[in-house]
Design a protein around this ligand. Structure first.
Ligand SMILES: [Zn+2]
Ligand SMILES: [Zn+2]
Length: 263
């Protein structure tokens, strides 16, 4: 194969997108045995179905933070346990990888939804969060031949509060890409990452919505202040779609639903 790293977007919209037009900003990354799911919003399963990929083919999911467009895992968990392309239950638990301050509250939030369930012996039991989930707490790890490393980012943050949120460094076969997660603008960090020759591409969130105080996203006007060399390394995502009057041609790219990037 000519490429080593393959990233395909399930959607490039935020929490407010019209699902007829775009899905949540989630993606899949190829491994030697299947796919890793990068965030699982409410539209992840639908988007996977359109690509002909069943949740049972997902080797693990990485969760960056607890917002509905990134961590709505219930439907995925049921489909993976009870359904399959062969139309028979495979009884597969869902492998979720995340830092502790994401994974433990996620498990607690899922408990009222999946705690009681019908297991493979066809008994109704209360051990759903143990039987349906295979949780991996950690800042870094490996799924098949894909290495991942979470790094903390500021998303919903002030002097008084900090919602745990992460970006990801993803490496396969010597190729590395960065995934910003949902994140406010940090120009120095972006310049530094863009100057790192080991990094092929920075997938970075961006919004074209009107700029207002207290925004928890990176605005396109802020990205425009960056030097051309930095912008040439950035593929914007989470923007839903680029408005017609905006010129984004200086970027490495702007992702759209089901678009694939290879490195
Ligand atoms: Zn989001
Ligand atoms: Zn968010």
């Amino acid at each position: 194969m000519a490429w080593i790293m393959k990233v395909q977007f399930l959607g490039t919209g935020g929490a407010f997108s019209d699902f007829r037009e775009n899905y949540n900003n989630n993606a899949i990354i190829e491994t030697d045995k299947g796919w890793v799911l990068l965030d699982c919003g409410v539209t992840a399963v639908q988007s996977l179905k359109e690509l002909g990929i069943h949740p049972s083919e997902i080797r693990g999911m990485l969760i960056t933070h607890l917002h509905g467009d990134h961590a709505s895992c219930e439907q995925f968990i049921w489909e993976r346990y009870y359904t399959s392309p062969q139309k028979i239950p495979l009884w597969k638990p869902t492998n979720i990888y995340a830092p502790q301050d994401i994974l433990l509250p996620l498990k607690a939030s899922l408990s009222p939804f999946i705690g009681s369930f019908t297991n493979r012996q066809l008994q109704i039991v209360d051990s759903g969060t143990d039987d349906l989930l295979d949780l991996h707490v950690g800042m870094q790890g490996q799924i098949d031949d894909l290495n991942f490393e979470f790094f903390a980012v500021d998303h919903v943050s002030s002097e008084h509060t900090h919602k745990p949120s992460y970006g990801l460094k993803l490496t396969r076969g010597g190729k590395t890409v960065l995934w910003s997660g949902d994140k406010i603008f940090d120009g120095d960090w972006l310049d530094q990452m863009a100057n790192d020759h080991h990094i092929e591409c920075i997938f970075h969130e961006c919004t074209f919505a009107p700029q207002y105080p207290g925004t928890v996203h990176t605005h396109w006007r802020q990205l425009q202040t960056l030097p051309t060399e930095t912008l040439q390394k950035i593929v914007i995502m989470h923007h839903n779609k680029v408005p017609e009057n905006e010129d984004v041609s200086m970027l490495k790219g702007h992702a759209s639903r089901h678009q694939t990037f290879v490195f």
